[in-house]
Write a protein that binds this ligand. Structure first.
Ligand SMILES: [Zn+2]
Length: 219
């Protein structure tokens, strides 16, 4: 993103040095607001993975999504190509810390954003609509939501399965009562997109203590 000011860039380098937990630092709060607004604009206000609109009827919270998860790729934490706006369902409930969407040719050092490094539709280097057609139509209280994989696209198939897009499909036209499960139900704290980081921290502290104990006993 070209909108980072010199001051932003300084803060960003500091954060990268400190590691991924610095994402929760108070001092980047305003910067995160700016990033989120920029991403929403860039994506035309839809989730980067399921394409559902951020407007109006969907009252879910929007996350800044790190496509390469920040716990593992901290230096990519502020890369424009690695950032996207996503719904909580896709980010927290489904993707989390997974990296099983990376292909065998993924190369973090030389070509981190080569589209062939990603098995799913990358929000920034691929175009969702080239792989999956998404239709959302509502008339009165009848809704149709459909995802169709285009031209047998391998990325389309992978994204469809990975993000369980069939679960978001709805068809209540001509149906007396449509059963619509609440796919957006999510129990975490909406302000905390780092729940799992906190848990991971706790575990690594416990591991450290155990290691210390073992070394004491070994002496
Ligand atoms: Zn989504």
């Amino acid at each position: 993103m070209d909108f980072y000011t010199c001051e932003d860039k300084e803060i960003i380098s500091e954060c990268i040095l400190k590691g991924h937990l610095s994402w929760s630092d108070e001092k980047i709060k305003d910067l995160k607001v700016k990033i989120k607004e920029e991403l929403k604009k860039r994506q035309k206000n839809v989730c980067c993975y399921c394409l559902r609109s951020f407007h109006g009827e969907f009252n879910f919270v929007i996350d800044i999504e790190h496509i390469l998860p920040k716990h593992k790729y901290a230096k990519r934490m502020f890369d424009s190509n690695n950032l996207a706006a996503s719904c909580k369902r896709c980010n927290m409930k489904i993707k989390g810390r997974r990296i099983d969407f990376l292909s065998g040719i993924f190369n973090d050092e030389h070509t981190p954003y080569h589209k062939d490094g990603y098995l799913f539709i990358h929000p920034n280097v691929d175009v969702f609509e080239d792989h999956i057609s998404y239709i959302h139509n509502q008339k009165g209280r009848d809704i149709i939501v459909k995802y169709d994989i285009l031209n047998n696209s391998a990325k389309g198939k992978f994204s469809y399965a990975f993000f369980r897009l069939e679960k978001l499909s709805v068809h209540t036209y001509n149906v007396a009562q449509g059963i619509v499960s609440d796919e957006d139900e999510w129990q975490g704290d909406p302000d905390l997109d780092d729940d799992d980081d906190n848990i991971a921290e706790t575990f690594s502290k416990i591991e450290d203590s155990i290691e210390q104990l073992i070394s004491v006993f070994a002496q």
